[in-house]
Design a protein around this ligand. Structure first.
Ligand SMILES: [Fe+2]
Length: 302
């Protein structure tokens, strides 16, 4: 088998806060409904997709020497968002498909990338992974593979990140194929990422929520239209300019990794929602991979 679907699954902790799951200590009166309703439609469509593992690449586990992978079968701890501890104090428990993580790590290493398995049982999983996985599948009944984002853009530039993320995406798909997994791949990142520096007295009061900059709006719209048109190679071509102009979280290579793992789909992506969180742009976008059902929504032709 292989990769059966891919999702751009942004991770603002506000979205989990607004849903009031039992794992989160903070409670809310809602908020950010357009994004949350989009995730709801995504979850409904994913009920029609058969997969046995979730593979996620995250901007918030940042490594400066190589790509690291969770390397133990079970993790349990509390995740507290360093910026928003008032919103996100989440008690998580998750299983890891270590065999697949090792296979991706080994394939990537064979392809020339630096990789490392993370075997520390006290390691706290980053909130990007937790939030994206929760919003896509809150049951936590599938094992995950979680890989860090190697920060080439900090030392070099987005071009280097793009080259390495593209190679990592190819290695991911190759390892999934070799092991015969049916994998859902997640890119856990926002789009434009300029954000407000002050929090409203009631965070979920949506009268305060809007895109931070017109520049961010224009660039995000351009990127989303490219996804909807199936122009994903062209999207990666403009990634350096987009990332700089939109001050985007794509600097982690996360979206590039996923598009490479999906072999740069030309089928139109399904846009489930676009909305802002503290001014950042966030799109929930899905790609099917089956020729019989290229889009996640059943019965919709490309
Ligand atoms: Fe983030």
């Amino acid at each position: 088998m292989s990769i059966v679907a891919g999702v751009l699954a942004p991770h603002p902790p506000h979205l989990v806060y607004a849903e009031n799951p039992p794992q989160n200590e903070a409670t809310s009166e809602g908020g950010w409904e357009m994004l949350r309703w989009g995730y709801e439609r995504l979850r409904r469509d994913l009920q029609q997709v058969d997969y046995d593992v979730i593979v996620v690449h995250t901007p918030h586990w940042q490594t400066y020497v190589g790509t690291h992978f969770l390397g133990l079968p079970h993790f349990k701890n509390k995740s507290v968002d360093p910026i928003f501890p008032n919103l996100f104090r989440y008690n998580y428990e998750m299983d890891v498909d270590v065999e697949l993580a090792e296979a991706i790590s080994e394939q990537a290493a064979a392809d020339g990338l630096v990789t490392k398995m993370m075997r520390n049982p006290d390691f706290r999983v980053d909130y990007g992974t937790i939030t994206s996985c929760h919003l896509v599948r809150p049951q936590w009944d599938k094992p995950i593979v979680c890989m860090s984002s190697q920060r080439s853009s900090a030392f070099y530039n987005v071009d280097v990140t793009t080259a390495q993320a593209t190679a990592l995406g190819r290695a991911t798909a190759t390892a999934i194929d070799k092991l015969g997994r049916k994998a859902l791949v997640l890119a856990s990142n926002s789009l434009s990422h300029r954000h407000f520096t002050h929090e409203a007295p009631v965070p979920e009061d949506m009268t305060n929520e809007h895109v931070h900059t017109y520049m961010g709006q224009l660039w995000d719209t351009r990127l989303i239209e490219m996804m909807r048109a199936g122009h994903t190679r062209e999207l990666v071509d403009i990634m350096p300019e987009y990332t700089e102009q939109a001050v985007s979280e794509t600097d982690a290579g996360t979206l590039t990794w996923m598009l490479s793992a999906l072999d740069f789909p030309t089928i139109p992506a399904e846009l489930y929602a676009y909305g802002t969180v503290i001014g950042t742009g966030n799109a929930v976008v899905g790609w099917g991979t089956s020729p019989a059902q290229p889009r996640l929504s059943a019965g919709v032709a490309p």
